[in-house]
Each structure stands twice: as structure tokens, then as C-alpha cells.
Design a protein around this ligand. Sequence first.
Ligand code: GLN
Length: 534
Amino acid sequence: MAKYIFVTGGVASSLGKGITAASLGRLLKARGYSVTNQKFDPYLNVDPGTMNPYQHGEVFVTEDGMETDLDLGHYERFIDENLTRDSSVTSGQIFWSVLNKERGGAYNGGTVQIIPHVTNEIKSKLYSIAKDKDVVITEIGGTIGDIEGQSFIEALRQFQWEVPREDVLFIHVTLIPYLKSSQELKTKPTQHSVKQLQSQGIQPNMLVCRSDYPVPMEMRQKLAQFCNVPAKYIIQNLDAESLYQVPLMLEKESFADKVCEALHMEIRKPDLADWELLVKRFQEPEKEVSIALVGKYIELHDAYLSVVEALQHGGIAHNARVRIKWVQADELSKAGADLDAIFADVQGILVPGGFGSRGIEGKLLAAQYAREHDMPYLGICLGLQIAVIEFMRHVCGLEQASSTEFDPETPDPVIDIMADQKGLVQTGGTMRLGHYRCALKEDTKARAIYGAEAVEERHRHRFEFNNRYLAQMEAHGMIASGRNEERDLVEMIELKNHPWFVACQFHPEFKSRPNRPHPLFAGLVGAAIARKEG
Ligand code: GLN
């Protein structure tokens, strides 16, 4: 029988519920428990795949090709497990499934209602993910009181009576604000938020209090009294220097031991040695490099969350701090832009994934700059397509080479829509998604970087390299170093006569973990260090 932990949020959004849930996962895994994380997102989109990054930040892709909330990235990085579509549940999916059942006659003429049909559908997602796991940690997106969240909260209220009571734990993450004028921490918003949860039939067992200052014992006692939560189960969660420090900070608060106690689980000594080591390497680096990240949502760092994290992991691999210089793609293509000045203080350039035509000219200039100046370059997805277009235009002499994504009429569609994507009308969940095998060519940088003959990586795109141009590209020195043999697709490219110019059609950032940095990011950082050290 699995134990179920539910993480809800109150008072404000962006309190780091996802990091709390992910950290708890790490702490329980460090105690030898098998753990999985799950997110319930109350919005009506079926998945975030069709949402604008301004609305949602990054879309994280699982091995099995589900487009999910970026919190799944935190979970995977913290618990170091590959999650599946079972870990990502939205209201959109729940209603979709209920309505399809209704159309199929599954409800035998009954009136279809939130209770029991929608709530049953939600509960089924808890049972189905729990197989073979000791602990399931389910985070409920949004803030308590949100209308969309109500059917999820109601489902949890029912669920707590369907399994043994000691197998369920509710953790409420709240904010203890600090009032500058009176110089004190305030508990009232938390009291109100807990009352709201209680009014929906849920009594939290534990509070995790985000605060800028330590929450003193008297204050915890006061909260305990008003919220029906034992004072020892009120945990403070202060700001950490880095995300990866949060599990260690929560360990100092005995968070996981208290969770085990409350769930009648054996209290075990954690093994956090490797985590402590990576945090130490991260916080006390010996070197520093700067990488330019050339994107179009650079004011919104969450849009590139996994790329940023993977760059940090690449730094951990070399005991180096990676500073990211955020470069707005459009700035590069403005009249009079001084690329030498913009790239003077970086030792590497990264062009991440993207969609649509804004910023393309600037990204092309970035790839050209890296190619012509022996600057390490990592292109990811769109970043590969950009590198190919730039090379075909300026080295192979196909001046109008482009992708049919931004120039449907180009005479040289070096990047073109995949055959199986042509004519698709539905935009949701229809890209090439999830993991595919990529065979690595002998005597290439790719093969050396990975140290393997083949790898599996995750995809999310509609366009691909057009094989018609392969011979011409390779003859000029850009090699297809990784291929999907089954579908005959170019998955990786690299420049022969360049210190480190590598690009991939997949998204390696989704598989990078702080304790297992991805070879491509470690490789980029290594090449940047080499450039810096001459
Ligand atoms: N827009 C490009 C495509 O669909 C690249 C996608 C991406 O970078 N994820 O192929």
C-alpha cells in the first residue's frame, strides 16, 4: 500500500510548492523509499503544450511524450526518476475523459456530475500512479480557494476516507509575510488560508511556512492553536541560496522524519552524501564561465527553466559557476548592433528551442558569430535548425535557405515540416514528442561527448532537417553526427573544423540532473572553460 502526500498552497502563488514537493521526494528517496511525484493542474487546457510561455513558462516533456508543467522538471531533477504522463493531470484531461465516456454511453443514462463522476476520475489518477511505490506526492496547482481547484480538493477530501487514514498526509504551504513598518512576521493570512481548506473538508496535518525570517517557536504555537496542527509539524522554509539547497535546509528542520512519523513509516537515516556534494560543488565553484543564451523570451527566465538548470549542472560537472548572459535575439539584428561587444564577455553561445519567426534573424547572427569566431556553440532544436540555415546560406551559398516554418516559399527548404506533420489541423499534442533513439556516428564529437554508440533523447518539434541537403552540407564540413535510423532523420550536427559547435534536434535539457549532468551541457561548459583558459 502506498502512502499519499498532498501538497496544497495558500496565501499566495509562487511560494515554491513544487520545490517543496520535489525536495520531500528527494529526502524520502534518500531514506530508501520509492517515491513518485504528481501534479494536479486545475486549468482547463488539456496540457500546457498549446500555452504561450508568457502564460506558463517552459513546457516540460516526459520520456513518454507528455507535454507538462515545468514543476515536473523540478520533480525529475530532484528525485532523479523519469516520470510519465500519469504524473501530469489537468482539469482539461479529466473533463475530456469524462465527456468521452459520456458520449460512449458509459454512464448508463445517469446524470453526469462533478461529484461523483469528475471526482472519481480524479481519484483514479491517484490509484493508478501508486502501483509499486512507497510514497506518492501529489501537488495541487494554484492557491486554495481557486474555483478551478475545487473538484480536486473535493476529490482529495473523499479520497482520505477510501484508504487507511494513516496513509494520507496533507501538507499546506503558506506564506508568513514580514511587515516592514511594524517589523514583524504575520500569521493571519495563514490562519485564513487554513480555514478555507478546512471549510472544504480538509484538515492539514503539516504547514510549511515560507518566510524571509526564522519563524519563532511562540509563533508556531500560535499557528498550531488556530490551525489545529501540532506545533512540531509547522516547518519553516526560508529562502535558500540555490534551489538544490532546499532539501538540505528542510532536512535540518527534520521535515522528512516528521512526515514519516505522521504517516507511520519507519524513521530511517537518510543518505544525502551525493546531494551534499553537488550543493557544495555548486556553491563553492573554482572557476567561472559565461554563456550567452540567445532567446526571445529572455525577460522570462522560466521559459528556459530546464536549459538554465542544465547549464548549472554542466557547471557542477566542472566545478565551475556558469553565468548566463541573457541576449535578446532581436537586439542582435538591430541596425548597428555590435556583436563583438555583445559577445566579448562570454565563452559560449547557446540557442535554445523556439517557435515562430520573431528573433530568427538575431539567432542566425549568433550562430554565424559562433561559427566564425571558434566560439563554443550548443544549438537545441530550433538552435540546430538555425545553425543549419546559417551554414547553408553562408557556407554552401544557398542564400535563401530557410525553414518552411518561417518562410513557406523558400526555394531551399533546408528545414521542412515532417511528412507526418503535414496537414495536421489539431495543434495540441501533435508534435514529434517524447523519446527517440539517436545513433551516433563514429569519430565525431557527439560520439566522444556521450561516450556511447547511441542515446535516447526527448523531442518536441514539427520541423526537421531536409535530407535532400545532407550531401551538400557534409561536403562543406557540417556533419550529421547523430541520426534516427528508423525514420532516417538527422538528429545531431557538428562542425568538423571548429573547437566545439554541436547542435541537436532533441531537448537534452530535459534529461539533465544535478547529480548526473547531461554530457552536452557538461561538454559546452568544458569547451567554454577551455576557451577562457586559452
Ligand atoms: N519550431 C521548431 C519546430 O517545430 C523548433 C521547435 C523547438 O525548438 N522545440 O520544429
